[in-house]
Design a binder for this molecule. Sequence first.
Ligand code: GLN
Ligand code: ZN
Length: 763
Amino acid sequence: MALVTHLGFPRIGAKRELKRAVEDYWQGGLAAEALQDIARDLRLRHWRLQREAGVDLPPSNDFSLYDQVLDAAFCVDAVPERYRALADADPLAGYFALARGHQRGGLDLRALEMTKWFDTNYHYLVPELHAGQRFRLRDDKPVREYLEAKAAGIETRPVLIGPVTLLWLSKTVDGSDRFDLLDALLPVYAELLRRLHDAGAGWVQVDEPVLVLDLDDRVRDACARAYAALAQAPRPKLLLATYFGALGDNLPLAAGLPVDGLHVDLARAPEQLGEVLAALPAGRVFSAGLVNGRNVWRTHPDNALVLARYAREAVGDERLWLAPSCSLLHVPVDTAHETGLDEEFRGWLAFAKQKLEELRLLADALDDEGAAADALAQARARVESRRRSPRVHRPEVAARLQGLGEVRAQRQSPYPRRAELQQEALGLPSFPTTTIGSFPQTHEVRQARARHRAGKLSDADYQAFLEAETARCVRIQEELGLDMLVHGEFERNDMVEYFGEQLDGFAFTRNGWVQSYGSRCVKPPVIYGDVVRPAPMTVRWSAYAQSLTGRPMKGMLTGPVTILQWSFVRDDQPRAETCRQIALALRDEVQDLEAAGIRAIQIDEPALREGLPLRRADWAAYLDWAVESFRLSASGVRDETQIHTHMCYSEFNDIIEAVAAMDADAISIETSRSRMELLDAFVRFRYPNGIGPGVYDIHSPRVPDAGEMIALLEKARAVIPQAQLWVNPDCGLKTRAWPETRAALEAMVAAARALRTQTAAPA
Ligand code: GLN
Ligand code: ZN
């Protein structure tokens, strides 16, 4: 009978238990041992849940206190020099210092860079390596967690990030080639495999998602060398796991590696099934990623069974494993907690637990279709009920999109003309300062929102509270001397949820949490139907904030691509189609803001880059509709109205032309954590519009001084004409506290002023 397994389980807990515990520990409210106890309880609870759902062989070491890439780096001692003393003295403190930076007891350690995990909204920490780097087994977490499960009577398959993927995800700080370090790294993997074997592990899962990317010969060669070296006995059997796409041109390489099993993603790339099976050497285990680990819809059992039967023909019952397409890290835990959704709608959804149950059903049906008939019929009925539901289809949306021909996704005049008109209207100084939108979401803000939601704070009192917060925020920005203000976003829980809640076609979960980075979780909306904006969404707050100040107040919206990217989207129409529907709704909002007297409107697109397909051949098509959607939302205003956008988290160098094609009047962009690597792009490409390369990292509580920011701005000025430069942090300030926010912004304004005097001084 086919074996049911999976590649990784969400670790944060159905109620975000891990988040709470980790944050308590950071704040000093929880001892290290207590944190470890909570973490262990969660792991055990999750293994039991998996067993109950019918999983035959669950993974272990899929848990992490912060991030699995950080775990892997820590495990092989890829710990930069600056953290070593701390990591040696207090491993847990050292581990978290790598993730979050550390400013205490005279130490001032910068955190590792953080970036997106492939094309997901999960962020990992980028290991920092250098030529001549040595590795050793610093931490035996994979062995410990394997033994922990075993002690509880659960046999698991430890998960490791493969050596090639680990190097691929890392960066060197000295410009050396990180793949030169492979030979130094492999003995640590070999030792780890030996220790896992000695501990009794029969299988180890080695994740090499890089195998679905465009790879150059060096990386391919690294794969071949790595697995040849790791093939040495004694070791557990190896399941090579690939996901997020098709193996494509890497198939011969992947199939030829001396491992014992291969997992492929059949949700993203079902079409690869035939060729993978044809290429797979006899005797290998084939793990079929049948159930989508990236989305929340129920799987159509008949479609999945067609693939499963086809695979069984090729490899036989004994060597067929059924699994989700990728780790379940990207979906919430259990729909049973969604008591706020009606029965029918809940039946359309599958979270991690339901996905495992779906796999159990598929395996049972494969074995004896008759015995599984009732369950199959029920599964079919759920999928069919969504397909036919009148809640999904709104004919007027399709009609408006049809008529789109007349709507030009283009501003009235080109940027230089707009810039003149906007300067007349706004009268900003050179090096204008602004922020990205949100200000600290303090305990009081979150508490007021929670009390309002629970009905313990009246609408009127909540509105009054938000107005007071907004007014205070406006006053503080004026005191700090910022040039373009924001209202602070106190009324928003989350930059996508806030909009989704006001749009038709979106549904919300109560506990649909997904880890974004570290202890930060998001609750992605579920876009299930055609998108309609029944009423203005933000005008009230922007107009109120503008009424409090003479300085320009930026309206603040989340862009169509980001709303799409950070939601669970429908799988019954192309993503581009859903994106255009959202863009149209936002276009109406932009026009309403302008009509209410807002002179600058920011449409955030932090997720534009992450939506980029993993294979270069697919980029152009995506960028085409993504850029068009942004322009559709932004282009309905007069030339005098200044459109801003914001992007963060990852490298934009390779899509800078598309970013320019969005034609925003100003873009604020993440650069400080990657130490302005972005600026390299401007050496070859002259970015035409206004741009604010973030001058400090808001992801860490560390407060930089003005000198540091001046240095970054001087770097920027060397490649970007001064007239185009804006001065801003690299992201919103909602996760920060007020004291550090004020201190950092004070330094930022001082930096801008210093540059103004410097450049105004007579030559
Ligand atoms: N305007 C948003 C904020 O400041 C942007 C957040 C983001 O880019 N992730 O919070
Ligand atoms: Zn940002």
